[in-house]
Design a protein around this ligand. Structure first.
Ligand code: ADP
Ligand code: MG
Length: 440
């Protein structure tokens, strides 16, 4: 996109609605786009007076015009030459277009802190203000949809808010891998180097994706060291602690432990409720009673993305049927979602159990469900039934059904048999302990 001509077009447009003398007095020396970062287009003002005028009088109008000129979410910001790091005079400032990949809505302000994420939140704020001097790297880990990406990007957004000259890059690990592979394949590293060098901060999302990509690990190792040695901030997210990363070289994972690890846990009901409240205010002026938010908060426990999705669904439902949002309506809107979720969760737990047991005994899952009677198959089969009973407390009938349609009396005797063996047979006990550990 040609930001420079976008500004000139905007300027031209606004001139039609202003007195020519007034227009000239303010706009004649405001001509240069010096930088675009993160959806902000920075325009250079000759002095602080003009900058203030822009911000006080014209900014909304200008941004409205900008909206009509492009489909992208862009906004103008005004700066004076003091704010732009350079030794050159304003006329000579060269435009810098740098793509930070940050989403402007992922800020600290829009992040709701609670018990499960408070520590991560505080540390992230410290990193945003103190950079690598606070911690390097900051290593944020936790389950899916708990706010890792949001928090990490908030650091980048805050850094840029403080200083537009910072070069901050957010990158998903997979994109890093793709960028590197592309460069390696073509032998053309200039684009790669341009993107990944001279950064003030790098935010690398979902580092676990780096497993099984040894060449990329080597490249990332170089980048990491380079940034670390220059005291530039590195922020990493992962779905697990650094020492649990598999198939990533130790040199790298041990460096992740140099800085500060913080985890984000699942939100409690109170936090889920507060997040829903916040999302509501941010996204709509529809009225939603607290008991509806409580209902959603109670039923969507594991993942904030799903929590938000449930709220959106209720809101959409009310719009479609043109009614108020009530508890009854929420029940109706979320019925199928909750049903699927319940089944999904359980079924995948059982499937996981079966594949773990099958793996452990080096047989196929089909053998667990089948009817071949050799001990090679019957012992693991009985163990699955035993765990379904003792860990998941399922009714015998349901276990029979899950095990390929066996009679519930078969299940009872299998469970009893294994219970007894647990006390007498070391091998069985070790097997079951190992399997249970793998499940958790
Ligand atoms: P992760 O990267 O851990 O999978 P994300 O950062 O993508 O999770 O978060 C998923 C969604 O939940 C995003 O829309 C994010 O804005 C929202 N979210 C997560 N935690 C919070 C929070 N504490 N406050 C507000 N929104 C949150
Ligand atoms: Mg994420």
């Amino acid at each position: 996109m040609d930001y420079q001509s976008l500004w000139l077009q905007t300027k031209e447009e606004i001139s039609h609605s202003l007195d020519p003398a007034a227009f000239d007095a303010t706009f004649s020396k405001v001509n240069t786009v010096v930088k675009t970062i993160n959806g902000s287009v920075y325009v250079l003002c000759p002095n602080i007076l003009i900058k203030t005028k822009m911000n006080k009088i014209y900014i909304n109008h200008l941004n409205e015009i900008l909206q009509t000129l492009t489909n992208e979410r862009l906004k103008f910001k005004f700066v004076t030459s003091d704010e732009v790091t350079t030794k050159e005079t304003p006329e000579e400032i060269k435009p810098i277009y740098f793509q930070s990949n940050l989403r402007p809505e992922y800020t600290f302000e829009s992040f709701v802190a609670g018990d499960s994420n408070k520590l991560a939140y505080r540390n992230a704020m410290q990193c945003a203000t103190q950079g690598s001097f606070f911690a390097n790297p900051l290593y944020i880990f936790g389950g899916v949809g708990l706010g890792k990406t949001h928090l990490m990007q908030a650091i980048g957004n805050a850094m840029l808010d403080n200083d537009i000259n910072k070069k901050v890059l957010y990158v998903e690990t997979q994109d890093f891998i793709d960028d590197y592979s592309k460069a390696a394949k073509s032998g053309q590293f200039s684009q790669f180097e341009e993107k990944y060098s001279a950064l003030d901060a790098i935010l690398v999302d979902d580092i676990q994706m780096l497993s099984n990509a040894p060449k990329c690990q080597e490249q990332f190792f170089k980048l990491f060291n380079d940034m670390y040695n220059n005291q530039k901030l590195i922020v990493i997210t992962s779905d697990r602690p650094a020492n649990k990363l598999s198939n990533i070289m130790d040199r790298l994972t041990s460096r992740f432990a140099w800085g500060m690890p913080v985890d984000i846990e699942k939100p409690d009901q109170e936090l889920r409720f507060q997040i829903l409240k916040r999302k509501l205010i941010e996204s709509t002026d529809q009225v939603v009673p607290d008991n509806v938010l409580e209902y959603i908060a109670k039923n969507f426990t594991d993942n904030i993305r799903e929590l938000e999705g449930a709220l959106r669904r209720v809101l959409g439902y009310a719009v479609t049927f043109d009614t108020d949002v009530t508890l009854d309506l929420a029940h109706e809107a979320l019925q199928t979602l909750l049903k699927n979720k319940a089944n999904d969760g359980e079924d995948s737990d059982y499937e996981k159990l079966m594949s773990i047991v099958a793996d452990f005994y080096q047989i196929e899952v089909a053998n667990l469900l089948g009817s071949k009677r050799s001990a090679k198959f019957t012992t693991p089969r009985h163990i699955v039934m035993y765990i379904l009973k003792t860990k998941y407390n399922l009714p015998y009938k349901k276990i029979g059904f899950l095990m390929g349609g066996r009679d519930h009396t078969t299940v009872i005797s299998a469970v009893e048999k294994i219970s007894l063996q647990m006390k007498q047979d070391m091998e069985i006990k070790i097997a079951i302990d190992t399997i249970l550990k793998k499940i958790n």
